[in-house]
Design a binder for this molecule. Structure first.
Ligand SMILES: [Mn+2]
Length: 285
């Protein structure tokens, strides 16, 4: 299948700078049709009391990614979005859900990304996208593109180890399945991923994968904006990808996000991200 890459160059969803530089850094040597979406040129809000940081610009960005991914799907190509902070995938996941009608989602991430404007303490919108995508109290981030959301019962988080106490209530209330980093370590990455795929694919037309590179331990992958200690190791990161590849026919769209070149050390994170990307591209093409 023909793959099209969307470079989602934004860091407006987090107070740390640099994830907007990730997409071009990762794709500069890739000979694949590429669309580049740049963040609006604004002075980023880092005001502690602003609990809706850069909301207007993020919504503009979402509109652009939504229409870009929709067009790629209509042309029968596969959308591979490279972020950017995790706020950049609202448009890609919902475009895929609208095109295929009813998909599931697997969120590989150290974080839950399931805050709302009521529960967020930082106002960083990269902590809200999964709630928005599954229609949990974040209509302001999605209503201007679609009224359809992904069913939270078909939503699985893999590798979580940093979920805010007020965020966990949202996740339980919505009915999202959570596999923690400890689950991955005790049951094995392949097993957990295969269970995740089974939950996300039940009564759906396919799966959207959102792979946040901060799921990996920051000692081996320091190049992220919000690192969380005690993450999965490199082998586990590839095992997760291999399980995705095994099920590639039901994977309808894919994001790889949160690589931050300004935080990277000796290209450690970049090299792992490139390995993951190449594994997927080679399998899917
Ligand atoms: Mn994330």
């Amino acid at each position: 299948m023909d793959i099209n890459i969307i470079c989602a160059c934004t860091d407006l969803g987090v107070h740390v700078d640099g994830s907007d530089l990730g997409p071009l850094e990762l794709t500069k040597n890739l000979d694949i049709k590429k669309y580049i979406i740049n963040k609006e040129n604004i002075i980023k809000s880092i005001d502690k009391n602003d609990l809706r940081k850069n909301e207007g610009s993020i919504n503009k960005f979402t509109k652009e990614t939504y229409s870009c991914v929709s067009n790629i799907l209509k042309s029968n190509s596969f959308p591979l979005l490279i972020g950017g902070d995790h706020s950049c995938v609202i448009g890609s996941a919902l475009a895929s859900n609208d095109y295929y009608k009813n998909i599931g989602i697997i969120w590989v991430d150290a974080h839950g990304d399931y805050n709302t404007f009521e529960t967020t303490r930082t106002g960083n919108i990269h902590g809200l996208p999964l709630a928005a995508i599954t229609g949990y109290k974040c209509d302001d981030l999605t209503c201007f593109i679609t009224n359809n959301h992904i069913n939270p019962k078909n939503c699985v988080i893999v590798g979580a180890r940093s979920i805010d106490p007020w965020e966990i209530g949202n996740l339980i209330d919505a009915g999202v399945t959570i596999f923690t980093t400890d689950d991955v370590k005790s049951e094995g990455a392949s097993n957990i991923m295969s269970r995740a795929i089974s939950i996300a694919s039940t009564n759906t037309s396919g799966i959207h994968i959102s792979y946040d590179i901060d799921v990996i331990d920051p000692i081996i992958a320091p190049g992220v904006s919000i690192p969380e200690v005690n993450g999965i190791n490199e082998d586990e990161a590839y095992e997760i990808m291999n399980e995705i590849i095994k099920n590639k026919d039901i994977i309808k769209s894919f994001d790889l996000v949160e690589f931050n070149p300004l935080q990277d050390i000796d290209d450690k994170t970049k090299n792992i991200a490139l390995n993951l990307l190449n594994m997927f591209i080679n399998a899917k093409m």
